[in-house]
Design a protein around this ligand. Structure first.
Ligand SMILES: O=P(O)(O)O[C@H]1O[C@H](CO)[C@@H](O)[C@H]1O
Ligand SMILES: [Mn+2]
Ligand SMILES: [Mn+2]
Length: 394
């Protein structure tokens, strides 16, 4: 069976534990979904439950049912890293061997900061690894008075620039990010992403970040399944952060979103009204940005429950020849120390109205089976890692 439209939804950071190499990342024992379920005293997610999500772990409230509506499986990441780009690129065929450079312990070198200050005409404060909301409490008021940039990093390969929207116009912030991106093309400082972090508000504890965040990523280091699809005239619709993660490469249409809810609404809209032939690739970043990094288990749990409601609506809109996959790009266990991602397995839930025989599939190495399966479906040559499981879906 071949499908005309494939929907891949990435629940950003919704890991399910069990990474065999978690110790190398100092993430032993992490399990994002399991620990959220425990903290919430059980999650109420009837749609995910019916699909068979409960078979992927011991998730309080999500029963292990006998006749799941979907195929469910666990995927191991083979790339070195646990960030968004590494995870998404692997899904579309790329194995990242050399991890992106990080400045977690040291901050960015003086030479880099000086160049950035010279070229943008503003000074920098911060330059430490920090949570993005905490850094606003530390330096927001300083920025209101001085107009200095607030810059910071994390365990991820990122240079993040926070700017109050009333003090530094958005255009100027975006321009500064382009400048930082250009400087950070030097091998010594080649971070995965420069990120604009605009915010509003009046003082400590009052600052809130806006949806005008923008990411300036490195381009994928080789062609991905998205490029292969586009070159063969299939639609590749990137929803939410997806176009940023692939620097628009292989994308034929971009749909911006402001929240998980908005992302799901726009996906439902696509399912209802857009007669495309190819892939709709959706990222739901709130799980990660608003709850995982904020170490907010209850909020994360509620976000999964809301997602589950919208997933039901989406499934009701799917046509007979549609295929749906739900997965994640890494973990971000809100019960774990620090505020960074966690190295975990991710779920892969595969659903179509056509399926007659659905069951749990064996765990696979590499997220690349997603790209492989999509290309196989459209009869497009796939150059990435991972093997198609299309023939197993019946
Ligand atoms: O703490 P905030 O600013 O949300 O930043 C987080 O978001 C970044 C990009 O996803 C990560 O690298 C982490 O630093
Ligand atoms: Mn992510
Ligand atoms: Mn993140």
């Amino acid at each position: 069976m071949n499908y005309k439209r494939i929907f891949v939804i990435v629940c950003d950071s919704m890991g399910i534990g069990n990474a065999k190499d978690a110790d190398k990342y100092d993430d032993l024992g992490t399990n994002t979904v399991q620990h959220i379920c425990e903290k919430c005293d059980g999650l109420n997610v009837p749609t995910l439950e019916k699909l068979g999500f409960g078979l992927l772990g011991d998730f309080k409230g999500i029963n292990k049912i006998s006749y799941p509506k979907a195929y469910v499986m666990k995927l191991n990441e083979v790339s070195n890293g646990k960030d968004t780009m590494t995870g998404h690129w692997e899904m579309m065929g790329l194995k990242t061997v050399k991890p992106f450079i990080t400045f977690t312990d040291t901050g960015f070198p003086d030479e880099f900061i000086k160049l950035f200050e010279e070229k943008t005409g503003r000074k920098c404060v911060g330059n430490i690894a920090c949570s993005g909301t905490k850094i606003l409490d530390m330096y927001g008021e300083h920025q209101l008075k001085t107009g200095d940039w607030i810059v910071y990093t994390s365990a991820d390969s990122v240079f993040q620039i926070a700017a109050h929207e009333d003090i530094i116009p958005l255009d100027e912030l975006y321009k500064a990010c382009e400048i930082a991106r250009e400087i950070a093309m030097d091998d010594r400082w080649k971070v995965g992403r420069v990120i604009a972090r605009p915010y509003i508000g009046s003082g400590e504890g009052q600052f809130t970040r806006t949806a005008n965040r923008h990411d300036y990523a490195l381009a994928p280091f080789a062609k991905t399944a998205l490029d292969d699809l586009k070159e063969n005239n299939f639609d590749v619709i990137g929803v939410g952060k997806i176009p940023d993660i692939f620097v628009d490469q292989g994308i034929t249409k971009k749909i911006r979103t402001v929240s998980n809810e908005d992302g799901m609404n726009k996906t439902i809209e696509l399912a209802k009204n857009e007669d495309f032939n190819g892939l709709a690739f959706i990222n739901l970043v709130d799980f990660d940005a608003m709850y995982g990094h904020r170490r907010n288990s209850i909020g994360y749990g509620q976000a999964i429950e809301s997602f589950d409601n919208q997933l039901k609506i989406l499934i009701d809109e799917l046509k007979d020849d549609d295929l749906l996959m739900v997965t994640a790009d890494h973990g971000n266990d809100p019960t774990y120390k620090g505020t960074d991602h966690t190295r975990e397995q991710v779920p892969l839930v595969i659903y179509s109205k056509q399926f007659k025989d659905h069951k749990q599939l064996n765990e696979e190495n590499t997220f690349g089976i997603i790209g492989a399966t999509i290309c196989d479906n459209f009869d497009v040559k796939y150059n990435g890692i991972g093997k198609s499981i299309l023939s197993k879906l019946k």
